[in-house]
Ligand binder design. Structure first.
Ligand code: TEU
Length: 627
């Protein structure tokens, strides 16, 4: 057991210790702090001063997490096993904003079906649909009211059956988004629990008595405010880590788990090929003790240390694999998990997840999408080298820069419209030449960018709306709008831009969320017929990746490890090698490594290579195939 007298280097040897210390260092904007050999010899009790949070309880919380997570790290086997989901290009669709087919201003399943030829042309192998189930849409479908019913605005079960049939007929697999940490408070289980506290469903949720008339503990919601609703009828409080209408499920209840396994098996029997698992690492709550204030201030959510890697997480994930997912593909949205913890959750021999989403690269160290800043691409070099070299052959990375929760990456890096296409293509080169499964978010292949919002009334994202009203306590409407406009998830949810007709061809009705007015310049119709467009670049690089096992299963070797402004690397297999060179800055950089001899220029975001590396230049070279 580790104690306050344990040295940092001893803690750093454990999977959870390494991730926790690295995470704290990143939040403190000192990402390599704990690799410092001098510091490594210090005792953990010094950690408070090092991360600037010399607050009581931080080291106790870290020691408790490390001591209770006493797993042995998975081995590092010599070979990679081949799987369809390691070779696939996955395309995330946010159904509400993809294509409307009935003129109600909301995307739907028949609209997706209509766009299958577009997905085929791009080279997509699988689609991930954000939740399509019956929901009051407090959190746009991530608040599920009926797991076995299609959301009315999206169509009916017959439309789902038609969609999966046509996707499969076109060789495209279907991955559904499964939200298992919570349900809508309008779900039948929760309604029964309210109506009859003695019913079996009562214990499907997490209830507690208040403290002196206040919440049972000091936990805060991811969507602002306390994480509890009070219910007068029984004088109890119900836990909601997200919106007030998203009630956390009690995974310690075997009856609840059996209901979930039955529901997942039902979808698998309908032919679903895989599942994206919403905040899946939050399902095991250790206890309801108060969260540490310093950790809460550092991470932004008080109480998170009691549930982000709970004591039964591995047990429940393994049971999910055995009794529900079986051989279906799974990718966990594992908020707050670092590389080592993702290895514990997804190494092949552990029989839990197939892959995991790690979010360490989505913001620069110490930043979040709540901050206004220019994303510095140079951070990606150390991040990707670590994940390419240390993840192990029995774990498989996921490669993404956008999803429905984050602003458009091009806008985060540099909003200069003259650089939009070059940056979009640079991100494409990283996503399709590094080792891992690429997850492309709708519109990323067009180089879509953030919108601008003139009022909170234009927001539809519950997280941004709640935060706006919280900020109003002490700020003007203009300030609250400006601050929330940096990271509102609405940026990713403006309707897909299909063509230059009204509403970008998304709907003939009134769109549920404003269309970005730049659709006249940025749209699929224009780009699918224009050579050199962002779409064509994505299509060509996806095709190159499909032709070459090297870009899927080849080894990774960095070139010029110490260079700050450029990221150059090889992908190698027995008879083929690719060399990639990237300028991570908006300034011209000297080419410190000439492309190796016997390599030919394959593709690049400036069309051809030049003497030096131009702003954000990214080039792919290929060796002549050895026979
Ligand atoms: O997101 C959880 C999550 O990681 C983000 O919500 C993020 O942590 C949060 O916005 C604070 O920055 C998943 C879904 O992707 C998201 O759309 C849902 O709103 C959320 O879970 C609740 O289901």
């Amino acid at each position: 057991m580790f104690t306050q007298k344990s040295k940092l280097k001893e803690l750093y040897q454990t999977p959870v210790g390494k991730d926790l210390l690295d995470t704290l260092a990143r939040y403190a904007q000192r990402p390599n702090l704990f690799q410092n050999p001098i510091l490594a010899n210090l005792k953990i009790k010094t950690i408070g001063r090092l991360i600037g949070k010399n607050a009581p309880g931080v080291t106790d919380a870290i020691l408790h997490l490390i001591n209770s997570a006493n797993e042995t790290p998975p081995p590092f086997p010599p070979a990679i096993t081949k799987k369809w989901w390691k070779e696939a290009v996955v395309y995330q669709i946010y159904p509400r904003s993809f294509q409307d087919s009935d003129g109600d201003g909301i995307g739907d399943l028949n609209g997706i079906r209509r766009r299958i030829p577009y997905l085929k042309e791009l080279g997509v192998d699988a689609v991930w649909l954000s939740p399509i189930y019956d929901s009051p849409n407090d959190d746009m479908g991530y608040d599920i009211r009926d797991y076995r019913k299609i959301m009315a605005e999206f169509g009916g079960m017959e439309d789902f059956d038609a969609l999966i049939r046509e996707l499969h007929a076109n060789g495209i697999r279907l991955i559904l988004d499964m939200v298992l940490n919570h349900t809508s408070d309008e779900h039948e289980w929760f309604q029964k629990a309210l109506a009859n506290p003695q019913c079996v469903e009562r214990d499907y949720y997490i209830w507690a008595k208040g403290r002196d008339g206040d919440e049972p503990n000091n936990w805060t919601s991811f969507f602002s405010g306390p994480a509890w609703n009070r219910y007068e009828e029984t004088d109890e409080w119900g836990l909601h880590l997200f919106s007030k209408k998203q009630m956390d499920l009690n995974w310690d209840n075997p009856g609840l788990r059996a209901e979930v396994y039955d529901m997942i098996s039902w979808w698998r029997e309908k032919g679903v090929d895989g599942f994206r698992l919403d905040v899946i690492n939050l399902i095991s709550k250790e206890n309801l003790e108060d969260g540490n204030n310093a950790i809460g201030a550092l991470v932004g959510f008080r109480g998170i240390e009691h549930y982000f890697y709970g004591p039964h997480l591995h047990e429940y994930l393994h049971e999910l694999r055995e009794k529900a997912f079986r051989d279906a593909y799974t990718v966990g949205e594992t908020v707050g998990m670092g590389l080592e913890m993702c290895r514990m959750l997804s190494a092949e021999e552990r029989g839990e997840l197939c892959t995991a989403f790690n979010f360490d690269h989505m913001d620069n160290p110490g930043k979040s999408r709540a901050n206004e800043y220019r994303y510095d691409l140079r951070f990606l070099k150390s991040h990707f080298i670590k994940w390419q070299e240390e993840y192990g052959n029995n774990c498989w990375p996921t490669l993404f820069f956008e999803n429905h929760d984050n602003p458009r990456m091009v806008s985060k890096i540099n909003p200069d419209p003259r650089l939009r296409e070059v940056i979009a293509k640079l991100l494409c080169v990283l996503q399709f030449t590094l080792k891992g499964t690429p997850f492309l978010y709708q519109g990323q292949e067009l180089g879509m960018v953030n919108a601008s919002f003139s009022s909170v009334n234009e927001y539809r994202d519950v997280e941004a709306i709640n935060r706006y009203h919280e900020l109003l306590k002490g700020r003007t409407q203009e300030e609250a709008l400006r601050i929330t406009s940096w990271g509102t998830r609405d940026h990713a949810r403006t309707p897909m831009q299909w063509d230059s007709s009204e509403n970008a061809g998304f709907t003939t009705g009134e769109p549920w969320l404003k269309v970005n007015p730049n659709y006249a310049q940025i749209n699929a119709e224009e780009e699918t017929r224009t050579s050199g467009s962002v779409f064509q670049f994505f299509k060509n690089l996806i095709a190159l990746r499909k032709e070459s096992e090297t870009l899927v299963y080849g080894s990774f070797r960095v070139s010029g490890r110490k260079e700050k402004d450029t990221f150059c690397y090889y992908r190698e297999s027995e008879n083929e090698t690719f060399y990639i060179e990237i300028n991570l800055t908006e300034h011209e950089q000297p080419r410190n490594h000439a492309a190796p001899p016997a390599f030919h220029f394959c593709m690049g975001n400036y069309g051809r290579a030049a003497e030096s590396l131009r702003p954000y230049e990214a080039n792919v070279y290929q060796s002549i195939r050895r026979r």
